[in-house]
Write a new protein. Structure first.
Length: 131
């Protein structure tokens, strides 16, 4: 199984939800073309063993083959069985190969890494390009 996580290429939109009269930000994730609204500060994404987990909650199961995920909102950290293509990440990124903007945490890749800046360490089984 392979997964790709990409930033939303359109202008970033922040949804506003209402909960008991209080306003809160809503992120969204699109998995293979199906959009799912995610409430609260659920920005840690994991794609492992056919399951997509966001902020500790499983949002999609039974995923096989090539997986395309588009996340609209800030990413705190990312774990993926396959390749990860993303914008900026506040925490760590762990994937087979990684293409990203700025990564403020550590980077763990089975093969290559291409990113703008890294705030932590990089462990990669292949090529590394930063900047």
């Amino acid at each position: 199984q392979r997964g790709t996580v990409e930033p939303n290429q359109t202008k970033r939109r922040k949804g506003i939800g209402v909960d008991g009269g209080r306003r809160h930000n809503m992120n969204s994730i699109t998995i293979n073309g199906v959009r799912i609204e995610v409430q609260g500060n659920a920005s840690n994404i994991s794609i492992r063993n056919g399951n997509v987990t966001i902020g500790g909650s499983v949002v999609k199961t039974g995923i096989t083959g090539e997986v395309r995920v588009v996340w609209d909102g800030p990413i705190a950290s990312l774990e993926c069985d396959g390749s990860a293509v993303t914008g900026d990440v506040a925490g760590n990124v762990c994937a087979t190969s990684i293409q990203a903007g700025d990564i403020n945490g550590n980077v763990y890749a089975g093969s290559s890494v291409t990113c703008q800046k890294v705030g932590g360490s990089i462990q990669a089984g292949g090529s590394v390009k930063v900047g």
